[in-house]
Ligand binder design. Structure first.
Ligand SMILES: NCc1[nH]cc(CCC(=O)O)c1CC(=O)O
Length: 308
């Protein structure tokens, strides 16, 4: 293969991610000429509306994927967190490179941790999953919507619009921005989103040449965790626009999978976990989701979809 075009969203983080994949490929195959095709998606253009309201699964993904359909690009690099659990006809999520940190990050100018925030402090976040987990831990805090790329979000913190903001740590690590980072929210404080920190490379199913080129990205641990977490999400039929968390830890041949579904006010909050052999990664995801649905998750999710 001589030339490869990578489709990506046009946000700073997405371009960083596509560049990263480009450079990794070139380290291994210096002769391949790689170009980026940057696509400004609806999710990137509408910045004043909460993500949950712009709606639709695959908000950040579909328009990038179209470039593959139209053969304007060979592969697409996505944040797995944004990729719907059902892939469209003819497309394949071929490989998930080694996962970056899955956790959320707490950024503040004056406070060192979420527990240190004074009563009634204002916290900015763009995700319902983060909102409900903050609410559950600190019902006194005021949670406000925060959108925009990393720079914009941090600027809003610096401008004093929020006492703290919470966003994906992987994004900060990738662009090398650690200012105001005060606390990493591990899963005992905030359960990450399904596949947060994981990239997914999508190809046309019949594109054997690209697949051959991408094979070396395979990382077994990321593969297993992706499988378990995505099976969980798929069974819940949730996108990233609902208060769902799912996170797995691999320990030798054992996989632990944690799941959470909550009402928006965090008054109904269901958490369950399972542990089993890695061979059962996918079935664990399915059974954990069913357990949560049957414990009241079904009604919680139905209510949230109804309110939209
Ligand atoms: N929903 C947007 C989005 N999709 C992926 C990331 C972060 C990087 C990752 O999870 O790999 C972000 C930003 C954020 O949630 O703060």
């Amino acid at each position: 293969m001589k030339k490869l075009t990578i489709a990506t969203r046009s946000s700073q983080l997405a371009v960083w991610q596509a560049d990263f994949i480009k450079n990794e490929i070139n380290k291994k195959y210096p002769d391949v000429t790689i170009e980026l095709k940057k696509i400004k998606t609806k999710g990137d253009k509408i910045l004043d509306t909460p993500l949950a309201k712009i709606g639709g699964k695959g908000l950040f993904v579909k328009e990038v994927e179209n470039a593959l359909y139209e053969r304007k690009a060979d592969i697409a690099v996505h944040s797995m967190k944004d990729v719907p659990s059902e892939m469209p006809e003819g497309m394949e999520l071929f490989v998930t490179p080694k996962r970056e940190t899955p956790y959320d990050a707490f950024l503040s100018i004056n406070y060192n941790s979420i527990d240190e925030l004074p009563r009634g402090a204002v916290v900015g976040t763009s995700s319902l999953r983060r909102m409900v987990q903050i609410r559950k831990r600190r019902p006194d805090l005021k949670i406000e919507n925060l959108r925009g790329n990393i720079n914009t979000r941090i600027k809003k913190l610096e401008d004093g619009m929020y006492d703290a903001i919470v966003l994906a740590k992987a994004g900060l690590v990738r662009v090398g921005f650690f200012q105001h980072l005060k606390q990493t929210l591990t899963e005992d404080i905030m359960i990450p989103a399904v596949c947060q920190g994981t990239l997914g490379i999508e190809v046309r199913e019949d594109d054997m040449e690209s697949k051959e080129l991408l094979k070396f990205f395979y990382d077994e641990e990321t593969y297993i965790r992706t499988k378990a977490e995505r099976a969980f999400l798929k069974t819940l039929e949730g996108g990233c626009q609902v208060p769902i968390a799912g996170y797995s830890i691999l320990n030798g041949s054992k996989l632990k999978l944690m799941g959470m579904v909550s009402s928006l006010d965090a008054k109904e909050y269901i958490y369950r976990e399972v542990e089993d052999s890695v061979e059962n990664a996918e079935s664990m995801g399915i059974s954990l989701a069913k357990e949560i649905l049957n414990a009241g998750g079904r009604e919680i999710l139905a209510n949230i979809y109804h309110e939209e």
